[in-house]
Write a protein of this length. Structure first.
Length: 304
């Protein structure tokens, strides 16, 4: 079921570990440990937040910004099997669509964040062979990246509302909602594959293929969830893990898989970079430690 309309031939960006090192010298809240995965010669750094405020299973990074990890019951054959979730409160943060077709060039998730002073970045969706166009519909205010709706892509992320009469962010499910009634109420959209529908059902059948995954969800309180797993899973098992994790997830859309799956967190005292690696029939190893160039990302910006 994974989209194969685009090629994956170009690596890009500064080499980083699965979890990047902290920058700066005065960081009493954080410590670093080193952890081997699969290949002993490849030592990756994992960030551990020792003294940050805890709220349930979430670690508070900043007001309205929380981080947690999920350990699925079904384990992956590679890596630590952990799924990282960044929870973003739209009252404190806004989403920003960043596209090479609008801003001039593709960059890594880290470079997008640093260049545009973003708190976090994640893939905005799979892209076509031109390394510009989203596979599904994508629009940001007057800029249209892809004007065409993709049949079977039943998740549309809508943000930057035109009024306060609609939620600041929502994932529109056209099987349950009328997109024609909502399309004129937001300025920014990206369309992709549905993972969890409006009734909290897993929409993917089981498959033998597996890969690293980047996804975006909404919870029952209206928070945005950036989700990333370096360890490869079948998408069906990945979704089941999110549903059973008791994080209040409501619906979810697929963004990217394999070595391009990226998540970067860019706070003053914390830099956290996650990159994918394994993908069946493309990159069947856990060796990738590079961010790859991305034409389209979703950024997070603190409200003023």
């Amino acid at each position: 079921m994974k989209n194969n309309l685009y090629s994956k031939l170009k690596k890009g960006g500064l080499a980083v570990g699965l979890f990047s090192a902290l920058l700066g010298s005065s960081l009493p809240v954080y410590s670093l440990i080193k952890k081997d995965i699969d290949q002993p010669q490849k030592v990756l750094e994992e960030l551990v937040l020792n003294d940050a405020k805890e709220e349930g299973n979430w670690t508070e990074l900043d007001e309205g910004l929380f981080l947690t990890k999920i350990t699925p019951k079904v384990r992956s054959t590679y890596g630590d099997s952990e799924i990282t979730v960044l929870k973003i409160n739209p009252k404190n943060y806004s989403l920003k669509m960043m596209s090479a077709s609008e801003y001039g060039s593709q960059m890594t998730a880290k470079e997008w964040a640093n260049r545009h002073n973003l708190v976090a970045t994640i893939n905005a969706g799979m892209f076509e062979l031109d390394y510009r166009s989203n596979v599904g519909y994508m629009k940001n205010y007057s800029h249209v990246n892809n004007p065409n709706f993709k049949k079977g892509y039943n998740s549309i992320l809508a943000f930057n509302p035109k009024s306060d009469k609609v939620p600041k962010v929502q994932i529109i499910d056209p099987k349950c909602q009328d997109f024609n009634e909502l399309k004129d109420k937001y300025n920014s959209f990206t369309q992709s594959l549905r993972m969890i529908d409006c009734k909290q059902h897993n929409t993917w059948s089981q498959q033998s293929e597996m890969w690293s995954i980047a996804a975006l969800g909404m919870d029952n309180d209206g928070n945005v969830l950036f989700v990333h797993s370096r360890s490869p899973f079948s998408v069906h098992d990945f979704i089941d893990s999110l549903i059973s994790a008791q994080i209040g997830i409501r619906n979810t859309m697929y963004l990217e898989g394999g070595p391009e799956a990226s998540l970067y967190i860019n706070l003053p005292k914390m830099k956290l970079g996650l990159v994918g690696s394994y993908e069946t029939n493309f990159n069947e190893n856990n060796d990738n430690i590079n961010f790859w160039d991305l034409p389209n990302v979703i950024g997070v910006e603190k409200r003023r």
